[in-house]
Ligand binder design. Sequence first.
Ligand code: NDP
Length: 391
Amino acid sequence: MANVLIIGAGGVGGVVTHKCAQVPEVFERITLASRTLEKCDAIASQIDRPIRTEQVDADNVPELAALIREIKPDLVVNVALPYQDLHIMDACLETKTDYLDTANYEPPDEAKFCYKWQWDYQERFREAGVMALLGSGFDPGVTNVFCAHAAKEHFDEIHYVDIMDCNAGDHGHPFATNFNPEINIREITQRGKYFESGDWVETDPLSVHKTFDFPGIGPREMYLMYHEEMESLTKHIPHIKRMRFWMTFGQEYLTHLRVLENVGMTRIDPVVFEGHEIVPLKFLKALLPEPSSLGENYSGKTCIGCMIEGVKDGQPRKYYVYNICDHAQAYKEVKAQAISYTTGVPAMIGAMLMVTGVWRGEGVFNMEQFDPSPFMEKLNIHGLPWTEKFL
Ligand code: NDP
């Protein structure tokens, strides 16, 4: 039975803690540590199993390594922010502890969304005999597993993948982001990019869009964006010809975003204001609702899945695999909205497969490098059932 240390007491951290607590036969001891102890305590108080809570600055490697030495976890689950990834990986290396996260490292002063820095840890993790599992959320995460499942069960060659992420929920705020506002806005305002015939093709931000009829939701406008799982998937799917990522946005959201961008509020470089340096996007984050606070009155559903085309037994095949998640139901179960839920559940499942030895390796891994079947099975059991269709 495992001892797990979860870092980050935000929307996703709350879900991971609840979901690990629901599986006492695997997660015997759970510690939740974050920058603000009260947030850890607030989550722990929602759960009727003892959860140890700790204050930690995950950017301070010696402080974090000392905490890991004291707790001796089998695994560190990083659901703080992408800025912390390398520091937490350093502390894991120092203490020879396994590592899992849900988002790739981001330098605080540039928007990059690439795995380069974390893949550079491959040799060090291998030599230390420990494992790092990258991107065990929904997208990245389940979308990678969906592709691996399609490759294993339904295709001889995969040629085209469209990952489509729809949130048709209503949180009642004119503008809010469903996960950390800094990361979310960085992701959406960067240039679009997709993979075609061995190359990356760039597009102006949110300039390419089309309508898709999402199951359980109906037609929504979705916009082409770059998303990090495409970097590893295009590397690991051998015959891939084109891969794109699409996300839906409402007009109200896009109008707010355009205004914020036009006035400079989404900038990530520091500006001097009344003698102080401030980063406009960090200031904007301070004004926006916390993602973890959105759950209570959130209604509607999310639908995230992969449309895949390729060949099986010499015949062309088109296949769609997706999950639908309901905001209100997620709140009822774990006091979180569906975006945190769809990220936190796969983080718990990834953790479960690691600590039980089902997914094992030494080095740094992306999700699609492991057998997808146990993960697909656990999605159905732990709150994210999936549907597949041949079209
Ligand atoms: P939140 O902003 O709600 O939570 C982040 C938490 O990390 C906060 O509790 C914050 O503390 C804590 N934190 C920040 N810096 C530090 C630090 N230096 N030391 C310790 N704790 C720190 O974000 P979310 O919960 O929405 O997102 C968590 C992660 O999940 C992000 O990396 C996000 O990108 C990722 N994600 C992945 C998705 C996927 O599908 N793969 C989808 C959605 C999110 P404090 O409260 O004090 O600020």
